[in-house]
Design a protein around this ligand. Structure first.
Ligand SMILES: [Zn+2]
Length: 273
């Protein structure tokens, strides 16, 4: 290891600055959500995924049923699969885990809120003694390629493959084309953090049946959710070892007129050329 310079401590002592001050973001408008009425829904079987359409102004409720279970969520603009959830920028804007008031943003060149977290029954969890929090935008999704790399075998029930099959069924696209649209997820109900060495950890989710995360659709959405083969993600994923449960996706109508659709980014896309 190279020797530390004489001023190492002074360099380490420089105070950090928040990359994207949250107060610069538009107000999430949490007051918009009044009475909710269920208008549709689908049950996501364990180790599988389902898709559902959610109109602008409706709430997508992801609900725990039967037992602790983590879900991996992909979001698309209902009429344009190229506009999809951007987990990395959402993390940069709101932090490593999302909760009430945070938005789920779409990628470039759109960069607009696709959905807003309007209720989270696990808000009470906060940050535990290990630095763990719930609903992360850190993890990518379990997938058969990493499973092959680390375990040397093929496993077909990872979230990546579950999302691929469900998106293919929902859109009629061939499997290979659907796969190219699957992206890094919101890890719903997953409890994760980084240890002192910076290693990504997971621990058994505190979610219990009845807990739910409510996402207000800011644009018409196609939502695809996988019930992760890791179950509560307390031990391992990418295998049939964990005890898994279904998840429920419910679509709820909201009283009153929906807010106007958020504008896409106004950047002129000149890129200085
Ligand atoms: Zn998974």
């Amino acid at each position: 290891m190279p020797e530390a310079p004489a001023d190492a401590e002074r360099r380490r002592a420089v105070a950090p600055v928040i990359c994207y001050p949250p107060e610069a973001l538009p107000d999430p408008g949490l007051g918009r959500v009044g009475a909710l009425t269920r208008v549709g829904g689908v049950r996501v079987p364990p180790r599988d995924a389902r898709a559902i359409r959610v109109a602008r102004g409706q709430v997508l409720r992801i609900r725990s049923v039967e037992g602790p279970q983590v879900g991996d969520l992909n979001l698309f603009a209902a009429d344009d699969l190229s506009e999809r959830f951007y987990s990395g920028k959402t993390r940069a804007l709101h932090g490593s885990h999302v909760s009430t008031g945070d938005r789920l943003w779409s990628g470039f060149p759109h960069l607009r809120p696709m959905a807003t977290v309007v209720h989270d029954s696990l808000d009470w969890y906060g940050t535990d003694a290990f630095g763990g929090r719930v609903h992360d935008v850190i993890g990518t999704r379990c997938d058969p390629y990493t499973a092959r790399l680390l375990q040397g075998r093929d496993y077909h029930r990872t979230c990546h493959s579950n999302l691929t099959r469900a998106l293919s069924r929902a859109t009629g696209l061939p499997l290979a084309e659907a796969e190219s649209h699957v992206h890094d997820v919101l890890n719903v109900f997953m409890c994760t953090g980084f240890d002192a060495e910076g290693r990504y950890f997971m621990k058994a989710s505190p979610v219990r049946p009845g807990d739910h995360l409510d996402l207000l659709a800011e644009i018409d959405l196609l939502a695809v959710l996988s019930a992760c083969p890791g179950g509560d993600c307390g031990a391992e994923h990418s295998s049939d070892a964990a005890h898994c449960h279904p998840l429920e996706m419910e679509v709820l109508a909201v009283d009153g007129e929906p807010a106007p659709e958020p504008a896409r980014s106004r950047y002129d896309r000149g890129h200085g050329a």
